[in-house]
Write a protein of this length. Sequence first.
Length: 506
Amino acid sequence: MRRFLPDKVTCSSALAGLLLACSFPVPDYSYLAWFGLIPLVMVMQSRPFKSGFVAGLVFFAVALYWVNIVMTTYGHLPLAVSFLLYLLLAGYLALFWGTATWAACRLKELRNYSYLLTLPVLWVALEFLREFLLTGFPWATLGYSQHAWIPMIQSADLFGVYGLSYLLILCNVVLGVSLLALRHKPLQLIPVKAFIATALLLLLNYGYGQWCLQQDLDARPETLNMALIQGNIPQDLKWRPDNQIHTVKTYRDLSLRAERSEAMDLIVWPEAAMPFYFQDGGPLAESVAALPVETSSSLLFGSPAYHRGPGGLRYLNSAFLLSPSAQLLGRSDKIHLVPFGEYVPLGSYLPFVNKLVAGIGDYSPGEINPLPIHGHQMGVLICYEVIFPELAREYVRQGSDLLINITNDAWFGKSSAPWQHLAMARFRAIENRVWLARAANTGISAFIAPSGRIIKQTGLFETALLTGEVGLGARPGLYSHMGDVVPGAFLVISLLWLIQTRRRFL
């Protein structure tokens, strides 16, 4: 019977994964991320790959449980199929954790490189690889666990979210290695210098954050009055033709209420707020176009679009911008699409695989296209795009003075996913020192300042109107200029380290 029970390595690794998952929203016990991986560090030498894989499997299974809501409720997959796909996703992501612990142990064994040197570098390198490998899925990058600790996350304007990940792993490794030394009682093996260096880095990071917060980061000479409209349209009703009139009326009524409270420069509706082709015209489109004239405000709203070209018909997930005179000022198309949500990878070879998103055909990716607003430009990040640091950075590099995130988080249900999504959006504001306004269909809509502070926010699954003032202008820091050079360098270093052990592969 004993052989069927999980061994010490499995239990310790699973505990580490669970503690790390609890550091994310929800329950958002962010302090756990500073020591939650200690059980993994203490056992990984026994089973290098298995320990990291088990920890990663538990972590992603807990952090991404909401994937089952998407697949069963809206993808209409049988529960058994959904659960299998969910485990496959968690297993794929766990490979990155397993690879990190395996590589660190291999380098320790063959090159006598300390975990203190290798594991933080390998971990960040693999988190960075996860951002773009197989189209990328950088959800639950470790640094995001600290989203609410405002002074500590200000360094995101230097090194992005990966700088926080590095500090978190370094802290866990220092504590884990120290406990191993205490257990075996060769006290001279306690990494005192590493302890001091880590404490110094943490103090410098915190001190930098406090200094930043004294610089009045959020003030801008030019501002916009904005209204974010949260229509709270149920996902199962969103694409029904008989609900379109009600949807348009809901958004119009909330927008008119905003205009009556104070003059608005810009009204923002969420992703796919208008579930029809606005570009085709008709009574519904005319009703939408009349609103800017009635409110004397610009209107940004999500709607599907299409383009006929030499290659045929291309469908797009888009945001349209109308001027106060109802003139179309521009359209921004979603660039980074959701695999199996908005398109099927290798769809011509997988004709039996359907998208989970209702309506229309496969979407096609767009291009970076900042939209004009009051003599400035704004970058529109549609839903999932806000989790990709490079995309927000590129919008700012191309002149955007404001970031807008329109999203439809109704897919996630009443889960932790909308809170996780919001946490990631906060880092885009800090990295680029720019205001970010977020309009979500069912929540959470918010105004996020360049310091990462959430100035105002709505609740989840409520019909709401959020008004506020945002500043125009980005103040690019080191990260805006150099991007992900540090995690990219870590990836190169990791490969060079492994090449040093190549003879043992042969």
